[in-house]
Structure formats: C-alpha cells, structure tokens
Design a protein. Structure first.
Lengths: 263, 263
DNA sequence: ATAAATACGTTCAAAAACAATCAGGAAGTA
DNA sequence: TACTTCCTGATTGTTTTTGAACGTATTTAT
C-alpha cells in the first residue's frame, strides 16, 4: 500500500467501518508510521466529520438522523392506533397506489404498511412519513407540497391539491377528527379539510377511514366529505359498538382491527 | 504498453480503481518515467475531474460517479458548512421569499436563517427543513412535493416543478455538487438538476450559490445551469482562492463566509 | 485520593513532495 | 531543412509532511 496520507486515511476509514473503533498504536504498527502521524490523520478525518475522535483512537461517527424523538411519543391511545394500523393491512394489496392524509393514526397505518413488505406507492401530505419510509425498499413515497404546518407536521392548501390532482389512487386511507352521521368527516383545520377532500375526489377505488372510538360521533370544525363517500371504516372494538348504534348506510362496511400483541 | 500520456493515464486510472489510492513514486517506477511526469499526468486527470489529487499521489473521487450517501455527506466539513450558512445571512433581507434547494450546505443556511429572526418565506424541496423550521415563528415554510428520495431526504421531479412554477421568489439559495467554468453547476441526480433549474428560472432577483472548497472546479453528472445564471457565490477562504484562479465573468461576485469561533 | 501510565499538543528540524521555469528531443508540417 | 508543437526531465526554491523532544492533560491502577 502506498504510504501517503490519502491511502493511510482510506485504510483507517475501512478499518473503522469494520471494527467500529481503532486505536492509535495498532494503526501505528500496521501502517509503520509514528503514532504522531496517525494522530494527525485521525484529526484530519475528524475535521472532515468522518470519524469521531476519542482518547487513544477514533470511533465511527454515529449521527444517523433517526426519527425525531417526538415522533415516538406522539400519540394518545397508541395501542388502539397501532391496532388500527395493522387492521388496514388486510385492505391493501401489492401494487396499490394510496392516498393517505396526515394524523397520528394514519402515520401508524404507514408504519404498518412499511413493515408489511408490500410494494406500494404512498401519496401523503404527512411529512413524518419521510422518516418512517426512509429505510424502506418497497415503498415509493410521494409527498404533497404546500404550506407547512408545524402543529401537524403536514402540508396542506391549494398547492397540495395541485399535486394530488395529478394523481389517481386506487385507495385512500383517511384519518379524521370527527366521524358523524349528520356532519360526515370533520377536521379542525380548514386547509386539511381541503387536502383530504382532494384526495378522496381523486380516489378511483376504496375510501378507507380510520378512527379510534374517541372520534366516533364527534363533530369538529370543518367538513371534508359526508359519509356517503366512505367505503370502509376501520376502528377498534369500542368504536364498532358506537357505530352500530348509529344509523348508517349499508354501503359502509366496518372492519374491526384485530387485537394483537404489541412487542 | 505504449509510453504515451494517454496510455499511462489509462493505466493510472485502472490502478486507482483497484486500490483506491496511488502514489507518485510507485507509479514512477512501474511506468519507468520521472516522478514529475507522473505528477503532470495526475494533474491532468484531476483537472478532468476523474481523480482527486492528494499530497504524494491521488485517490478516487469521493462523490463521483456514484451519488454521495446522504448519511455520510451529512457530516462532512460541518464547520465550513456552518460558516457558509452564516455567510448567507447578510445577503437576505426581511420579507424575502427564497427558493432553497436540497443538500447539507443549504440546510445549514436554513438553520442560520431560522436563527436570524428575519421574517421569510422559504420554498424548498429539502424535507429536513420541516424539522429545522418547526419551532420558528418567523419562517413560513413551503415544501415542494414530489417523489421522495431517501438518499438525499428530498423530493424532486416534475411534480416538484409544478409547485415551484406557481411561485416567484426574489432570491434563490442553491447548493451544488460541482461548480466549474466549463460545466457550470452540476449535481449527481437528474431530478435534482431539474428541480434546481426550475427554482432558478422562477427567481426574479439574486441567484446565490453556496459551495465549500471541495466543490469548486468539480464536475458532477447533470448540469443545472451555467455560471452566467449565477449572481453570487458564497464560499470559504480556500474556495475563494480556487475561484480566483479560474476565469470567470466579472458579473459573478464572491462572498467569503466569515471565520467565526465555533463553540 | 494519589501515583503511574498513557495519550495529547506544541515546537522544531529533516525529509519528501510540490510548483515554476528552462532546455533537450520526438513527431509532425511546410 | 527549418519550424512548430508537444512531451519529458533537470534545476531551483517553496510547501507539506513527518518524527523527535518535552511539557501537559487524561486515564487507569493502587
């Protein structure tokens, strides 16, 4: 091997990739240069941000931008949402193109879809989806653009609709804040309502609404669509009970999310 | 083997492909020419962007022809990138609407802009911007939509252009992988090039390119625009030196990012 | 907590590699 | 032949890299 800085540093990097850490005097012997030279090499690599300097050596720099921590804690009723996410799996087939709107319930659905290994195209206005899909080989993710809302980590508004209207999906997975016979589907943000409406409008197949029991019978501020436009409701057991007490069309089928052990 | 420059250089390239690095005096012996001649060969190859010149030899170009890995690239030369991000501040005024393309250097710029407290509208295809701007009261963030690319954590393609073309910005902050007189601005991804081009096209005011020294003189795979379309280059001291050696138009002004103590 | 061992930073001088310039020689052209 | 162009190698002075020495900081063992 050529004994110049570049090739020494290349060797050090490969070594560090394999073993995680390296130490100065091992490298000094392996490369047959003084420890001082090794230290200088390590300092240069550290300056470039490629390794992390430690006493006596260096280690792999692990700054993998992982999912932000708030994403983990995020939600109320995590169990129910996870369940519902799993429940969606049976309704989705390999090759589907899906609209999915923003919200913690639908994010759980995306997580489940990513884990399923199905080959899907997901079109969403939920920015967090990017983190969830980051490592996936099977999901092609299309993000809608538009004005970013920090509250919901989503984009919405007319610019979003612009993109959505370029696409026809064969299924839509819609999370809501209110699900009611009289008021239909409702959300607390005007722009979200518009975006969700655009998604449903451009869905050629099944419109799937996901909602935990605490959303059933609730009315929020802005209406997206009425229940007639919904084909399937995925909910938990308690939610199913509540829905059965309501007077809804026979066209709407109810799917009760399966109880599963959470790991 | 014919002992002419062309065949020597071909041999050098094959050697460098195999071993990652080469050094001058080994090549000098192997090819039976003086070290000076080898140096000239290496310089020529470096000028064509095929290898990276180092002291004592040369090494494989890190970013070419393969697309740089986001995770690795994320952390290279963090100091310089931070500096350049700070350097951008003076060029941006309260009330501006900015196009900013994706990349770690421009993300640093966004970070700096968020911290500045200036009231701005930022339009970008960099998804990470959402996390950087999340807490900001002063930034209105518009995300371009489109197909998500995990490698660069950005969206790009024709859907992105669709949104960009709805907007006229008065400044654009553009990060590049290559900045060269002959080739102009270049990036390793076709879709990124398209998105960046759309941004520059829809900028009514100043087009600002940000680039650390290791991008100057480099040519990547896909051209976005030529240097004529660039108004300002923000770079570090080393980069400014390199640019001064190039033959560029007087219309391009150079801003050297201020050296500041890192805490 | 104290002492020994190890790793570190700084400075300096020698060695290696470099850039710039010049002159000789090969290949092609008038 | 005379001329041009390009490539090569030598020479010069400059820059970069390297290793030793020595004092300081950090870790480890007692």
């Amino acid at each position: 091997m050529a004994n110049i800085p570049a090739s020494r540093q290349q060797y050090i990097l490969s070594r560090i990739q394999e073993e995680g850490t390296v130490n100065v005097n091992q490298l000094s012997e392996a490369l047959d240069v003084s420890e001082l030279t090794i230290r200088r090499d390590l300092d240069q690599l550290a300056k470039r941000g490629l390794v992390e300097r430690t006493h006596g050596g260096a280690s792999l720099r692990r700054n993998l931008p992982v999912e932000p921590d708030y994403l983990q804690k995020a939600s109320e009723y995590p169990l129910e949402k996870n369940m519902i996410g799993q429940g969606v799996l049976d309704l989705v087939d390999d090759g589907d193109t899906l609209f999915i709107n923003s919200g913690t319930t639908t994010l759980e659905a995306i997580r489940a879809l990513v884990g399923s290994g199905k080959r899907l195209t997901i079109v969403t206005n939920n920015i967090d989806a990017a983190y969830v899909c980051r490592e996936s080989e099977t999901i092609r993710l299309v993000l809608a653009g538009g004005v970013y809302r920090a509250r919901s980590h989503s984009v919405s508004g007319s610019l979003s609709s612009l993109i959505i209207e370029q696409i026809w999906a064969n299924k839509a997975i819609i999370g809501v804040d209110g699900f009611s016979v009289q008021a239909g589907l409702t959300t607390p943000v005007l722009e979200e309502a518009e975006t969700t409406r655009a998604m449903i409008k451009h869905t050629a197949g099944t419109v799937i609404v996901v909602a935990t029991a605490n959303k059933i019978g609730v009315v929020s501020n802005y209406k997206t669509v009425s229940l007639e436009d919904v084909d399937v409701l995925v909910t938990d057991e308690k939610g199913a009970e509540l829905v059965n007490q309501m007077e809804i069309s026979d066209d709407l089928s109810i799917v009760i999310a399966p109880m599963r052990r959470s790991e």
